[in-house]
Design a protein around this ligand. Structure first.
Ligand code: UD1
Length: 421
């Protein structure tokens, strides 16, 4: 299994290109199931989760052809298997995103239930509740969600909580339903907006995306389209936290600063000097960071997917930060590893109190989930001495060539593969 070896202490300087957003690309790839015509996507990141989604769609009969560095064309003209098997769903929960499109276009779907994962229970009851409201007959059989519907019917749906993939699944189901669907308490995340924009290019009639009330007027059929996936705000935020921890200055190109308000705000509070253009961000840090408490919340609040990385920055800040994780119940798996590097963190239920130390010390640590892994990279870059991060397959699910991008701005980081590891 691959590992990362980081020798900490280098300041970061230079430019990094931000990749396309994983969490926008995943639902967008699944949206190709909604039409027999070709969908061409640009700025698709080269990640393990994208490969898993292409494999899942491929097993259903969707043809995909990559071109250039980051483009892919999908054709769902001949779909012959309406199923997402356990083997793929267990490695990537977002596989549930095929449920809405399959049901809407083919009237049938069989999708394995995701089960538990490292950061909490993460049920899909809201996806099911919404589809049932649209007239689907849904049963849980042998660990699968088995759904049937002749044609879905528009409905008024209020989800119990704000759910990102839930909103996306229901939006994709509603675009081909008969009549109007209203999604209340909808997720406002930029990735939901990006999906809605693609769907509208395909002929859907969606309004209100980006607000908590999305109105969808169903159409008979959708057609092909071309779309550029939005920049990854979490990848961009991760690199900014890295330069916050090491000091230095980096410029992120192909970024989407307008989607990163809460993160940029917190980094400024921590003492980072930030400048932005339409599609670039420059972050400079020339002093020890200041402790910066925050609470995770749905967009436009501070993203749970940035919690671990900003916590890593806080471990070496001056002062004490109080952090509250409000989205997932078990998302502090990185804490025990940061503590092994000398961080001082106390956890009480959903709250973490981080007392900044002058210096972290390199150690061998283990990645437990995607964003936890990113926080360990940040800690390793700032620590004194060597840090070895094990189980980095988590990192590869969501960060494209992370070590190469960091090396290009001066980090001492290398991947140990096969026998070296
Ligand atoms: C998405 C993101 C993930 C991010 C999360 C929150 C993708 C592929 N993943 O995950 O990176 O951390 O949003 O911003 O886009 N819930 C239920 N029942 C449901 C659905 C959700 O109880 O049917 C709960 C979850 O357990 C969680 C909360 O609602 O506590 C929010 O989850 P949700 O927004 O659905 O997360 P995901 O869409 O899985």
């Amino acid at each position: 299994m691959d590992k990362l070896l980081i020798t900490g202490g280098n300041r970061l300087h230079g430019e990094i290109d931000v990749s396309g957003a994983k969490n926008a690309a995943l639902p967008i790839l699944c949206a190709s199931l909604l039409t027999a015509d070709a969908i061409t996507l640009h700025n698709v990141p080269d990640l393990k989760d994208i490969g898993t989604t292409l494999k899942l769609l491929g097993q259903m009969g969707v043809k995909s052809e990559k071109s250039g560095r980051d483009s892919v064309t999908l054709s769902a003209a001949h779909v012959d298997r309406l199923e997402a098997p356990y083997e793929l769903v267990k490695t990537m929960r977002a596989s549930i995103l095929v449920l809405g499109p399959l049901l809407a276009r083919f009237g049938e779907a069989r999708v394995s239930l995701p089960g538990g994962c490292a950061i909490g229970q993460r049920p899909v009851d809201q996806h099911i509740k919404g589809l049932e409201a649209m007239g689907a007959d849904i049963r849980i059989e042998h660990g699968f969600v088995v759904a049937k519907a002749s044609r879905l019917k528009g409905a008024s749906i209020v989800t119990d909580m704000v759910t990102v993939t839930g909103t996306e699944n229901l939006m994709m189901a509603a675009v081909l339903a008969e009549g109007r669907t209203t999604l209340e308490n909808a997720a406002r995340e930029p990735e939901v907006v990006d999906l809605a924009e693609l769907l509208n290019k395909m002929g859907a009639r969606i309004q209100g995306h980006g607000t908590d009330r999305i109105v969808i007027d169903g159409v008979e059929r959708l057609h092909g389209a071309t779309h550029q996936v939005i920049a990854d705000r979490i990848e961009a935020g991760t690199f900014l936290c890295a330069v916050g921890a090491t000091g230095g200055e980096i410029t992120l190109r192909r970024a989407a600063p307008h989607t990163m308000g809460a993160t940029l705000d917190k980094l400024q509070e921590a003492g980072m000097h930030i400048e932005c253009g339409d599609d670039w961000i420059r972050g400079a840090m020339n002093a020890r960071p200041r402790a910066t408490g925050f609470r995770t919340a749905e967009y436009p609040g501070f993203p749970t997917d940035m919690q671990a990385q900003l916590m890593a920055l806080n471990t070496i800040a001056s002062g004490t930060a109080v952090i509250a994780e409000n989205i997932f119940e078990n998302r502090y798996m990185h804490v025990q590893e940061l503590v092994r590097m000398g961080a001082m963190i106390d956890i009480d239920s959903h709250t973490a109190v981080v007392s900044g130390v002058e210096q972290l010390l390199g150690a061998t640590v283990m990645a437990t989930d995607l964003r936890a892994s990113a926080s360990l990279v940040i800690a390793g870059l700032a620590a004194q001495g060597d840090t070895t991060i094990e189980r980095i397959y988590h990192l590869d699910r969501g960060y494209e060539r992370m070590e190469e991008k960091l090396r290009a701005v001066g980090a001492n980081i290398q991947r140990l593969t096969g026998k070296d590891a």
